[in-house]
Ligand binder design. Structure first.
Ligand SMILES: [Zn+2]
Length: 325
């Protein structure tokens, strides 16, 4: 378990013991933050015949026993009182949600809870969200719905308001690096050191791909160099566009690097050579343009990525050119 999940486990364990668990729980966090891990732990706990306490120093956290009939059925995906809803082709339709609603209306076969886990809840269509809303408004006894999302902004506010929201917020910077290392050591994984990133005071979990994969980390460094070169010398526009089009991480990197440069500017730690060019006004304007492009790509499933990215680079070039005058 990721170390930053234990505070949530503790609260949920107490609510389980006191029978005060909410009927709907929305777990929100960036990918890699352990949403699914936390949800599966909770589903296991709710459906186990005889949960026990975690040992180590976290004895107030409960967990499933792992060997009762329910636990065995759950681990083989044949437990009759739990349903996993997973988006097909990046969209979760109204029929899936209606099926889940019917499932929750029936009494439990084995234990007392009926549980539904909806992964990538933001992929629900508008109709699906409306169908889910009905169930959230009138939950059946002992039903627990767990929704997971990377982006709760896309969900209907009325859905969010009917859920207990758990925001998973791992530490940043040095604290995050040391927690990741601690976890890797515990799980016996080989820890690779990435000097550049791991000494970055703002490193955060959205950078997990770079932190755990040396090829991605190398690509990140190349991209960063290309982007800063473009900002300072107005060269390499087409290379930058190619990166953004061909690398699934590049839009996130654009945002990340711009934010970090902005922070460096205010902390007065920006490279002296770049200081005059990379000023707050430029970085702020770039940030707005980048965020807008990210939003368009994220919220419109039909968005033409190539077109949006071309527009993005064009708008960025205008701002960069204006700044150099
Ligand atoms: Zn069990």
């Amino acid at each position: 378990m990721k170390p930053w999940l234990s505070s949530h486990q503790l609260i949920l364990s107490e609510q389980y013991s006191n029978a005060t668990l909410p009927h709907a729980i929305l777990i929100s966090g960036v990918s890699g933050s352990g949403k699914l891990e936390l949800a599966q732990w909770l589903v296991g706990l709710l459906n186990c015949k005889q949960p026990n306490h975690l040992v180590e120093s976290k004895e107030r956290i409960l967990q499933s026993c792992g060997h009762c009939k329910s636990c065995l059925l759950l681990s083989s995906n044949t437990f009759p009182d739990h349903l996993n809803l997973v988006a097909q082709k990046n969209s979760l339709g109204v029929d899936d949600v209606r099926y889940a609603n019917d499932f929750l209306q029936k009494t439990a076969y084995l234990e007392k809870f009926k549980t539904v886990l909806i992964e990538s809840a933001e992929t629900m269509t508008q109709q699906a969200m409306n169908a889910l809303l009905k169930t959230l408004e009138e939950p059946s006894d002992n039903s627990v719905i767990i929704l997971l999302t990377n982006d709760s902004e896309i969900l209907l506010p009325t859905i969010i308001s009917r859920c207990r929201v758990l925001n998973i917020r791992p530490a940043v910077g040095e604290a995050l690096i040391s927690q990741l290392k601690e976890q890797n050591i515990k799980e016996g994984e080989f820890t690779v050191e990435y000097p550049a990133l791991s000494t970055d005071p703002f490193v955060n979990l959205t950078q997990l791909p770079e932190l755990t994969n040396s090829a991605i980390n190398d690509a990140f460094e190349v991209f960063k160099e290309c982007y800063i070169h473009y900002l300072c010398y107005q060269q390499g526009e087409s290379q930058l566009l190619q990166h953004v089009l061909n690398n699934e991480h590049a839009l996130r990197w654009l945002e990340q690097i711009t934010v970090n440069l902005h922070r460096e500017y205010f902390l007065d730690i920006i490279d002296n050579e770049h200081k005059r060019i990379l000023n707050a006004v430029l970085l702020n304007n770039l940030y707005k343009i980048i965020i807008n492009a990210c939003k368009v790509i994220k919220s419109y499933k039909q968005a033409n990525k190539q077109f949006v990215c071309e527009q993005l680079i064009m708008s960025m070039s205008d701002v960069v050119e204006q700044n150099s005058k």
